[in-house]
Write a new protein. Structure first.
Length: 310
């Protein structure tokens, strides 16, 4: 288990150590969340690196990563705990066969912790030799509002109430990272319990550094042109879904696997399905539009070449 970063610069260094290219504003709020032991609420478009932040913290701090992937219909049994009913039934039958008919004692026996199946929320509150785990509540906006309301007790008091057992409280608060893609608004009551940060698309310089680190096999010119193309798409095109950093990395990797050294209009059109995920967006961009965008990028080539190498 590693020590928590003592400053914003240490937090930046910690992220850099894991290959995550963070800006100072993100490092600042992350440092405060760790220092103040408050949940960090990360909002932003899909593919900008929100989930990766929790993974980086887990690996660099040497903490367990416990992930709760949210979805519509998520309930307490899937997220927090449930009882092992088959094992409880076996216990009841064994007790009955032995002539034990004291129902009060039997009830205490079957609602024992050994029959408790612990789900991510409960796991995150348990003590660990590695220190408090990193608890990732991913894509909270996909869960129902009822489950969001349930989380208030967990986030406010680091505890869960189990009717049959009582209250389970964490000896040390977990490092909580909550992400949302903003498909719906999260209630203010939950946000107030967290520190907040909007994770935006990176600027061209930072995105190029990310590509160079994550796709080291990509030719320098290809990496620069891929980033410039994606940046231009986000700025100039009215797309249904703009490509995130994850899609930029996928596209750079795909073109590198095809031994491309620079953006070729035909190859770029043929591989747009790696970058864009909706047919209307692909049709809007492919063909002559791709060629025009690449020509425009190359007119700005001196600017692209001036970007610092990593």
């Amino acid at each position: 288990m590693n020590q928590l970063p003592a400053s914003i610069d240490d937090t930046l260094a910690l992220m850099d150590q894991a290959g995550y290219v963070a800006d100072r504003s993100l490092a600042t709020v992350l440092h405060l969340a760790l220092k103040m032991k408050r949940p960090l609420f990360l909002e932003g478009e899909a593919g900008v690196g929100k989930t990766e932040i929790a993974k980086v913290l887990s690996s660099t701090l040497g903490r367990d990563l416990i992930r709760l992937q949210c979805y519509e219909g998520l309930d307490v049994a899937s997220a927090v705990y449930e009882w092992n009913y088959p094992a409880q039934m076996v216990e009841i039958r064994v007790a009955e066969a032995a002539g034990d008919t004291d129902h009060s004692e039997l009830s205490k026996s079957i609602f024992d912790e050994r029959f408790l199946i612990k789900r991510p929320v409960l796991q995150a509150l348990e003590p660990s030799l590695a220190g408090a785990p990193v608890f990732l509540i991913d894509e909270l906006d996909r869960a129902d509002e009822a489950f969001e309301a349930f989380l208030l007790e967990v986030l406010a008091d680091n505890q869960v109430t189990i009717p049959e057992l009582g209250t389970v409280k964490a000896a040390e608060p977990p490092i909580v990272i909550i992400t949302t893609n903003r498909t719906r608004e999260i209630h203010d009551a939950l946000k107030r319990r967290c520190l907040y940060h909007w994770v935006d698309y990176p600027d061209a310089e930072r995105e190029l550094e990310i590509v160079r680190r994550k796709v080291p096999g990509a030719a320098q010119r290809l990496a620069s042109e891929v980033v410039a193309f994606v940046q231009k798409l986000r700025a100039d095109e009215d797309l249904f879904k703009q490509p995130g950093v994850a899609e930029t990395l996928d596209w750079a990797t795909a073109l590198s696997e095809l031994n491309e050294m620079a953006l070729d209009p035909d190859m770029a059109s043929d591989t747009l399905g790696v970058l864009l995920k909706y047919q209307d967006d692909i049709e809007r961009v492919r063909g002559s539009k791709v060629r025009q965008m690449i020509d425009d990028i190359r007119k700005d080539a001196p600017h692209q070449q001036s970007m610092p190498a990593v």
